[in-house]
Design a protein around this ligand. Sequence first.
Ligand SMILES: CC(C)(COP(=O)(O)OP(=O)(O)OC[C@H]1O[C@@H](n2cnc3c(N)ncnc32)[C@H](O)[C@@H]1OP(=O)(O)O)[C@@H](O)C(=O)NCCC(=O)NCCS
Length: 176
Amino acid sequence: MRNSSTRIRLIEPADAASIAEHRVRDVEAFRPWEPAQPADFFTSEGQAERIDRLLAGYQAGLVWPGVVLADDQVIGQVTVGGILPQPHLRRGSVGYWIASVAQNQGHAGRAVGLALQTMKDELGLHRAEASTNLENLPSQRVLRRNGFSPYGVAHSSILLDGSWRDALLWERILGD
Ligand SMILES: CC(C)(COP(=O)(O)OP(=O)(O)OC[C@H]1O[C@@H](n2cnc3c(N)ncnc32)[C@H](O)[C@@H]1OP(=O)(O)O)[C@@H](O)C(=O)NCCC(=O)NCCS
């Protein structure tokens, strides 16, 4: 799917090297916002194993694992996780990151918009959820721009950079 200069597609095994390269470069920049990861997260081999697991989850209908592309280069990931396809639930949770070299150009905002279209049209979901750190204002801007509203705070919800942090919870209703 394409929106202006941003495209998303399902992740592929061949994306492992690009993702590892970004995550090695951005390890310090992402430390306040993303959980600590094991050493193999920062290698192509470790990312390839992770991609295999994501694609197995996709085959099982539990996750839609995407990459974000600009000029056909992988610049980040957008993932719909926690998919509950049951007719009375039909919800999923959106997560994303954009490499520091490509930030503040609108890519996350457009990628989340494309992911919401996928959730509605391809996955048939009714409700989208997300969570952000209370201080992660860029991520909150991305969600607000895509019609999400904050609906609560989950206390002591995620271990980030050595301390348990509260999470701001977001929702967007996609349709019927
Ligand atoms: C959060 C993140 C995905 C945003 O990606 P991005 O491609 O830079 O996002 P966009 O360019 O689409 O939008 C960023 C918005 O934040 C705003 N912004 C940037 N720095 C800001 C700051 N310090 N304070 C407040 N707003 C800020 C931009 O102006 C823009 O808002 P606008 O749409 O109103 O102009 C990226 O910074 C990232 O990956 N961070 C590290 C990992 C992370 O936080 N993941 C999300 C976890 S919930």
